[in-house]
Design a protein around this ligand. Structure first.
Ligand SMILES: Nc1ncnc2c1ncn2[C@@H]1O[C@H](COP(=O)(O)OP(=O)(O)OP(=O)(O)O)[C@@H](O)[C@H]1O
Length: 333
């Protein structure tokens, strides 16, 4: 039985979509390694629980940090682990696999990703650009001769693209996305309160109280960390309005990337975008107020896709059904 498998190989999360079954795996892109031997101790959810909490000889890393493959061996190990976990070999004979990986990876890295997938039992491996698949997963019919614009805000990268007739017309990719907001919050707390917090705490702040909305947000949260002066644990309370300022620089990079794409878009397609609006995908689209900010700045309607974190994974399923229309990267590798 031939089956199709789609993989969103994201810098923050890996999702695997199996035709007819939907998303069968959704785990953080984290690997825990024993430092001296390089042995992989844990992958995904289990490794994520160790972030910031490992003893000295173990380190929990994100092998694809910042939208590039920072550690290729660990990326490969992670991909193999996930494919084994869903037991591809016993499930299907010769599945077709479509992988969406960061836009900036080199052709050598692309080849190695393909090989890792092939070793897990597939002879037909395709790679595709993330914004294109995100747009399809968000429900856009990008194969028509009309303009669609997607802003995919992930963990490491924000990809902005205008698509028409199944291809990218204008695009921009910047290394400012959800992770940068976490870092901004962490830096702000450190500077203002002399309090050290971990990335997991700053991510929780981003989700629960942060906003980039010009109209603000009513939210407050108690956070714990280590006082830089006394070295002792300390609890403070923070509000949405004070976090707002620390996020504005990163938010404006995302706005600028979207503006630069619109400025380079042919006028007929711009007109389509005014009618249809811009769709936001990726987990970063869930930061409070990003839709309002972009709508204010771009002067076009902006909507957050349904289940923005699942768009790429769901899009792989749709793309695999349209393999003939897919610009097949396989031949070029
Ligand atoms: N409710 C939320 N509010 C704000 N941010 C969120 C929320 N949920 C998830 N995120 C952020 O979304 C980001 C991860 O999104 P996603 O899984 O789409 O990224 P990715 O596809 O792995 O990354 P990339 O596209 O860079 O490869 C993280 O930075 C995470 O903190």
């Amino acid at each position: 039985m031939a089956r199709d498998i789609g993989i969103d190989l994201g810098t923050a999360n890996v999702l695997i979509h199996v035709k007819g079954r939907g998303i069968v795996l959704d785990e953080p892109s984290v690997v825990a390694i024993e430092k001296q031997t390089g042995r992989v101790m844990a992958v995904g959810e289990e490794a994520f629980r160790m972030v910031g909490r490992t003893p000295g000889n173990i380190v929990a890393i994100r092998p694809m940090k910042d939208g590039v493959i920072a550690d290729f061996e660990q990326t490969e190990a992670m991909l193999k682990h996930f494919l084994n976990k869903i037991n591809v070999k016993s499930m299907f004979s010769k599945p077709r696999i479509l992988i969406c990986c960061p836009t900036n990876i080199t052709s050598v890295e692309q080849k190695a990703i393909r090989e890792a997938a092939e070793k897990s039992g597939s002879k037909n491996v395709y790679l595709e650009e993330e914004p294109k698949v995100a747009a399809v997963g968000a429900g856009m019919d990008i194969f028509q001769p009309s303009g669609h614009m997607v802003v995919d805000i992930g963990g490491g990268t924000t990809d902005v693209a205008v698509l028409s007739m199944g291809d990218v017309v204008t695009a921009s990719s910047i290394k400012v996305a959800g992770d940068q907001f976490d870092q901004d919050i962490l830096n702000y707390i450190k500077k203002k309160y002399k309090l050290l917090i971990g990335v997991r705490t700053s991510e929780a702040i981003k989700m629960e109280v942060a906003t980039v909305s010009p109209s603000g947000r009513e939210a407050e949260m108690e956070i714990r960390g280590r006082d830089m002066v006394s070295g002792l644990p300390r609890t403070i309370s923070i509000t949405a309005s004070e976090i707002y300022g620390s996020l504005m620089e990163s938010a404006s990079h995302i706005v600028q990337a979207a503006k630069s794409v619109l400025e380079r878009t042919p006028p007929e397609l711009s007109a389509d975008i005014i009618d249809r609006g811009v769709i936001l995908t990726g987990g970063g689209a869930l930061i409070h107020g990003i839709d309002e900010l972009l709508a204010d700045e771009l002067k076009v309607p902006v909507m957050i896709a349904e289940e923005p974190m699942h768009c790429v994974a769901n899009g792989t399923g749709i793309m695999l059904e349209n393999l003939d229309r897919l610009s097949n990267k396989k031949a070029t590798l």
